[in-house]
Every structure is written in structure tokens, then in C-alpha cells.
Design a protein around this ligand. Structure first.
Ligand SMILES: NC(=O)c1ccc[n+]([C@@H]2O[C@H](COP(=O)([O-])OP(=O)(O)OC[C@H]3O[C@@H](n4cnc5c(N)ncnc54)[C@H](OP(=O)(O)O)[C@@H]3O)[C@@H](O)[C@H]2O)c1
Length: 293
């Protein structure tokens, strides 16, 4: 298929581009800079210069595509307004495509709020973290759109080696000689390795029915204290115990969206496994951390 990706150089998008190219799809990737264009080109995609915050120029000259996968976000305070306007311009532009394209929209685990011991599924009502509440109307708009066949993927917390959501913990271990966790070490994170998540995007592209949603969680919830201790052990930090910081402190450091790290969540990836045959392979992050070079 000919697939146009937005955010193809990000934590999620770079793995998705790699997987799509590996599966023989023809990938076009929106790039907002020469650096991003070069990265996309090296990954085997054809760069299309453009910015999601200024969609008119590039949406007006889109070649025919079979699908669009949207994984772009700048995590600024304007991210909701940028995404809404992007859909305002992009969806009508896609109505002019010769064949109705599939459109995969990226939601996220933080739309489900804290679950405690319950396990959220695709049927669980949303209780979004305020910083990401804008995603709910936008994903509903994609699912209901007549211009495209909309599909939503809700990634769990995405990691790869010491990167993605693990990057902050790895950096703490190296730079602070102690690993900080937000709120409590009992907070659980649903997790997925970026390679496994990329496999889910590819399966959704190839097989998912229109108007379907899938949670991309390979591990329903792992206590962040265990992840922090694994990093402390791997890097031999002076303080082996996780250092607790408040959600307010992380919001000051990273912005309001940083509060996602304090959400105690369990999410089920069962639907993707049953309906799409998704079979994630990375199921032991602590062992992967211990084996990091
Ligand atoms: N990572 C997670 O754990 C996770 C979990 C659940 C949901 N999500 C959601 O998944 C989406 C992607 O997350 P991510 O972690 O992959 O983000 P990321 O690593 O920060 O990547 C963001 C991507 O968006 C692109 N981008 C940002 N602003 C742009 C602009 N103005 N114009 C064009 N491209 C732009 C970036 O391109 P450049 O290379 O040019 O910067 C990059 O390719 C977000 O909506 C996030 O909320 C992420």
C-alpha cells in the first residue's frame, strides 16, 4: 500500500516507518525540517516537506495514497489546537483522493485515566489526563469521518532499550546517580516496545475494520518502581532506591503532559491479539534493561 505518515521520525513513527518499509509498503513521510527529511529518507521513506501546524500547503498537493497514519505531536501547549486544525484541513483534502483512504489516528493510554486494579479495554469510557483531553473529540471525529476509513490505536507507554518512556529513567541513573519516579513506586505503567507497537500499526493498516480502536499494550501494567530498580541495578547507582518526586514537580520540569508518569494504569491489549493476530515479543522489560550495553 502507499502510506503517508505524519510523525515518522518520532519514538513511535520511526519504528512504524521501519516496519512498513520492511513489509514492502511504499511510505511517504511528512518532514518539517531538512534533518527530519534526511532521517525519513535514510529509513526508506520518501520525504514530503511540511508542518502539521501549517497544513494548507502540503495537503493541497498530496499524491494518491491508500492510507494516512498520524503519529505527529509537538507536546507544546498548542498541541490540541494544532491537531484540531490539522484535521479541519486534512480530512476534506483526503475526500479528493481517488479511493477512500484508511486513516490511523494515534490516541494514547493517558486517555483512560487511572484504572487502579481494574483493566481498561477499548470499551472503557475515557477519563483523559487534562493535557490530552483534546485527543478525545479528535479521535471521535476520525472514527466518524466520511472522508476516510478511521481507525484508532491507543499506544501504551512506549519504550525501546533505554529510550522512549525509559529515557528519563536511564538519564537519571547516569546523570543523577539515582532514579526518580513520579508519585509512588507502586504506580503501574502499561508498556509496549516500539517494535511490537509498529507491528500493531502494520496489522491495523492491513486488516482492521473501519471505525475500530485498539489498545497497544503488550504488558498490562508494570510497577514503575521495578523499572527504576532495574535501571539503578544496571547502572550501579549510588542510591538503589527510587527517589519519589511529585506530579507537580514533573509538570514544572516537562510541562503539564508530564503528569502522565503519575497515572497508575492497567490496559488490555487482548482485542488486538484476538482480532488482528497481534503477537508482541518484548514481554520482559526488566531483563532488557539488565542487558543494556
Ligand atoms: N511515546 C509514548 O509513550 C506514547 C504513548 C501513547 C501515545 N503517544 C502519542 O503518540 C504520538 C507520538 O508520540 P511520540 O512519543 O512518538 O512523539 P515524538 O517521539 O516526540 O515524535 C513526534 C513526531 O512528530 C513530529 N512533529 C512534531 N511537530 C511537528 C510539526 N509541527 N510538523 C510536522 N511534524 C511534527 C516530529 O518530527 P521531528 O522529527 O521533526 O521532531 C516527530 O516525528 C503523540 O500524539 C503521543 O501523545 C505516545
Amino acid at each position: 500500500m502507499r502510506v503517508f505518515v505524519l510523525g515518522g521520525t518520532g519514538s513511535i513513527g520511526s519504528a512504524v516507518v521501519q516496519e512498513l518499509v520492511r513489509r514492502g509498503h511504499d511510505v511517504l513521510a511528512l518532514a518539517r525540517s531538512d534533518v527530519s527529511a534526511a532521517k525519513s529518507g535514510e529509513a526508506g521513506a520518501t520525504p514530503v516537506l511540511g508542518d502539521i501546524a501549517v497544513p494548507e500547503p502540503w495537503t493541497g498537493r498530496l499524491p494518491p495514497v491508500d492510507a494516512v497514519i498520524h503519529m505527529a505531536c509537538d507536546f507544546s501547549t498548542a498541541m490540541g489546537a494544532i491537531d484540531r486544525r490539522l484535521l479541519d484541513v486534512l480530512l476534506p483534502a483526503l475526500a479528493a483522493q481517488p479511493n477512500k483512504p484508511r486513516f490511523i489516528y494515534t490516541g494514547g493510554c493517558w486517555l483512560f485515566g487511572a484504572t487502579g486494579d481494574g483493566i481498561a479495554t477499548e470499551a472503557t469510557p475515557f477519563r483523559p489526563l487534562p493535557a490530552f483531553a483534546w485527543m478525545v473529540p479528535n479521535l471521535q471525529r476520525v472514527l466518524e469521518a466520511t472522508e476516510v476509513d478511521g481507525i484508532v490505536i491507543h499506544p501504551a507507554m512506549v519504550y525501546a532499550g533505554g529510550g522512549g518512556v525509559f529515557q528519563r529513567l536511564a538519564r537519571d541513573a547516569v546523570e543523577r546517580d539515582a532514579v526518580r519516579v513520579v508519585a509512588s513506586e507502586r504506580v503501574r505503567w502499561p508498556l509496549v516496545h516500539s517494535e511490537d507497537l509498529a507491528g500493531l500499526y502494520a496489522l491495523a493498516l492491513e486488516r482492521a475494520p473501519a471505525r475500530s480502536s485498539y489498545i497497544g499494550a503488550a504488558i498490562d501494567g508494570l510497577a514503575v518502581g521495578r523499572i527504576a530498580r532495574a535501571f539503578a541495578g544496571r547502572f550501579g547507582t549510588r542510591l538503589p532506591e527510587p527517589q519519589i518526586i511529585s506530579p507537580d514537580a514533573i509538570a514544572v520540569e516537562l510541562g503539564e503532559w508530564g503528569r502522565r508518569y503519575a497515572l497508575d494504569q492497567r490496559l488490555s491489549g487482548a482485542r488486538a491479539r484476538w482480532e488482528l493476530g497481534w503477537s508482541p515479543r518484548h514481554l520482559d522489560p526488566e531483563a532488557e534493561i539488565a542487558g543494556l550495553p
